[in-house]
Write a protein that binds this ligand. Structure first.
Ligand SMILES: Cc1cc2nc3c(=O)[nH]c(=O)nc-3n(C[C@H](O)[C@H](O)[C@H](O)COP(=O)(O)OP(=O)(O)OC[C@H]3O[C@@H](n4cnc5c(N)ncnc54)[C@H](O)[C@@H]3O)c2cc1C
Length: 564
């Protein structure tokens, strides 16, 4: 007899891993299904060649654009999901982001919850993910109920100079919030900074607060939690009416099941080639990332739901967003010996106002350039800074990340073909705002002693040369709302049309704002986890972790299958 779970969660990233961590102390039987494996600790983790040039940690998935042209999306399938590679810049959305905002290309719609509703979970998220920062220093941020658990990571000398120069120029730089564990005895900063800032790299010393280290590993010894890696959820089975999920169909890629359900026949193309298994649970949570969650729902079409599960409104897969981002390196005369560069940000252009008609976005620092990662830029560099060797250019580079909000447009959508292949149709929005932000950035350079013509547009990061492949900040596709005609999920992120189906990843975003999305996905994972616990009769007070329950993260290397 196959085991029956209280909750099955597909995906172990920011949304799914955090939701599992929230629910685990309840004692409810939880099955975590993760398509990837644990990311191996190896010297390549910190080596820009394998990481940026070879794309060692990028999935070999092939997706297709609107013309059917194949591309390799920048997705990462590991325990912890995209957070294994993320920069751990953990920002809250602004209170205004929860309301309607007018943009040059349309409306950023209001959320069904306000910032004040969301605030308690932001605080829990910041404490769980050990964020370093200082509330009260960013003039655009909303009220907070508790200061960050750790003070900001201090500026290194060059960054302090830049911060001082910005202030002299009338800007309002603030310490960037960052999920990094500099304070734990077994992860000294001297080791941590070897990777030159997290951004795009896995952390070999496990000092990055990612969903694997923070949320999933502490669960591995618990008797009520089972983790299956190499377990790709292919589709969901339902009752004849399509109102209740009755089975989760999983491709194990040829691996043996461990405590899983009965097979349902093999051979279905899913990217994996393994036999299919079916798992059963009272509640099912999809947390596979915005594109893959939509894919699973669309592939779950049946007689009852011919266009896909939970898709009576034809909203599943629509309103895909990804941020309009630009990575730029500016070169000063002074060398920049900074190692941990992501300590500063400004939101002076986040809103419309003064002489700006539209919101422009956020400017923050990026991980420090190095020669190997800049290798692909060599031809541009030679023109830009004649006589600079790659090493010199990297030594002088100061790296910035500019983000403008992307709008949810119904036509920007994920669809799947008959073989389950992902098609992404996406037209950019708010180009004029992104250009406005870049113009402001160029003015900033004059204040910090960097000539504006010494600016390199960095292509290596997030596949900026193939914009549609830059899916790192993917969101939308199953937005939450109060109206089933215009949203997929209700306010608790339960599918309007399916009683026991929830979504906990960036799919639920009705709009994306112009700050990084992970903290909002994490906060929502806690929120939805608490709601599910309540539905299962467990009070929130019973969800507190004690130090005895949450041992230090286990040392893990790649595992070939079921844990738990
Ligand atoms: C290089 C990089 C840098 C970034 N930097 C930042 C940053 O500094 N700050 C920030 O806020 N955000 C950052 N992000 C974005 C951030 O990581 C994501 O927004 C966040 O992880 C999204 O959470 P999620 O739960 O939606 O998806 P994920 O965290 O990606 O989790 C999805 C999980 O589902 C699994 N999965 C997929 N399909 C299936 C399936 N069919 N069956 C089972 N499992 C499946 C995946 O393997 C993964 O574990 C960055 C991303 C990248 C790639």
């Amino acid at each position: 007899m196959a085991e029956h779970y209280d909750v099955i969660i597909a995906g172990t990233g920011a949304g799914g891993g955090t939701l599992a961590h929230t629910l685990a102390p309840s004692g409810k039987r939880i099955l975590l299904l993760e398509r990837g494996d644990f990311l191996t600790r190896e010297t390549e983790n910190w080596d820009p060649g394998p990481v940026f040039v070879d794309g060692r940690y990028i999935s070999p998935d092939t997706w297709y654009d609107r013309d059917g042209t194949p591309f390799q999306p920048q997705v990462h399938y590991f325990v912890g999901g995209a957070t294994k590679l993320y920069g751990a810049a953990l920002y809250r959305l602004r209170p205004e982001d929860f309301g309607e905002i007018k943009h040059v290309d349309g409306i950023s719609p209001a959320w069904p919850l306000s910032y004040a509703d969301f605030e308690p979970w932001y605080t829990k998220a910041e404490w769980l993910y050990q964020v370093h920062g200082e509330h009260g220093t960013d003039p655009t941020e909303g009220p907070w109920s508790r200061q960050y658990p750790w003070p900001p990571v201090s500026h290194e000398p060059r960054m302090q100079e830049i911060s001082d120069a910005l202030e002299r120029g009338g800007y309002h730089p603030f310490p960037a919030p960052c999920g990094i564990m500099l304070n734990e005895a077994d992860r000294p900063a001297s080791l941590c900074i070897r990777c030159a800032t997290c951004d795009g790299y896995p952390c070999m010393v496990h000092a990055k607060a990612d969903a694997d280290i923070i949320a999933v590993r502490p669960l591995l010894g618990l008797p009520n939690v089972t983790l299956l890696t190499g377990a790709e959820v292919v589709r969901l089975e339902t009752d004849p009416a399509g109102r209740t999920v009755t089975g989760v169909v999983v491709d194990r890629g040829g691996r043996e099941g461990s405590g899983g359900g009965e097979g349902s026949g093999g051979g279905e193309g899913s990217g994996g080639k393994g036999k299919l298994e079916v798992y059963h649970g009272d509640i099912v949570v999809l947390a596979a990332g915005a594109v893959n969650t939509a894919r699973i729902l669309l592939r779950s079409a049946s007689d009852a739901c011919p266009t896909g599960l939970a898709n009576g409104s034809d909203q599943v897969g629509r309103n895909y967003m990804y941020h309009k981002s630009k990575a730029v390196a500016a070169f000063g005369k002074e060398p920049n010996e900074t190692v941990f560069q992501k300590t500063l940000a400004i939101n002076d252009f986040y809103f419309a106002g003064d002489d700006r008609d539209w919101p422009l976005g956020n400017i923050q620092m990026l991980g420090k350039s190095n020669a190997m990662a800049m290798k692909g830029e060599e031809p541009h560099l030679t023109k830009l800074a004649p006589g600079f060797s790659l090493e010199e250019a990297a030594r002088h580079a100061v790296d910035f990340w500019l983000t403008t909000e992307d709008l949810p447009k119904p036509g920007n959508r994920v669809t799947v073909d008959r073989d389950g292949g992902v098609h992404l149709d996406c037209t950019d929005t708010n180009d004029a705002e992104a250009a406005g932000l870049y113009a402001e950035f160029r003015k900033i350079l004059n204040h910090i002693g960097m000539a504006e013509h010494h600016v390199l547009h960095k292509n290596f990061y997030m596949s900026m040369n193939i914009p549609i492949a830059a899916v790192a900040h993917q969101a939308g596709t199953c937005r939450f709302g109060t109206d089933p005609a215009t949203s997929v999920l209700d306010v608790n992120c339960r599918a309007h049309e399916v009683d026991n189906l929830y979504v906990s990843d960036t799919s639920f975003f009705p709009s994306i704002g112009a700050v990084n999305p992970a903290l909002t996905a994490i906060a929502n994972g806690i929120r939805v986890g608490e709601h599910i616990a309540e539905r299962l009769g467990v009070s929130t007070s019973a969800l507190a972790w004690t130090p005895a329950q949450r041992p230090a993260p286990a040392e893990m290397t790649r595992t070939a299958g079921g844990g738990g």
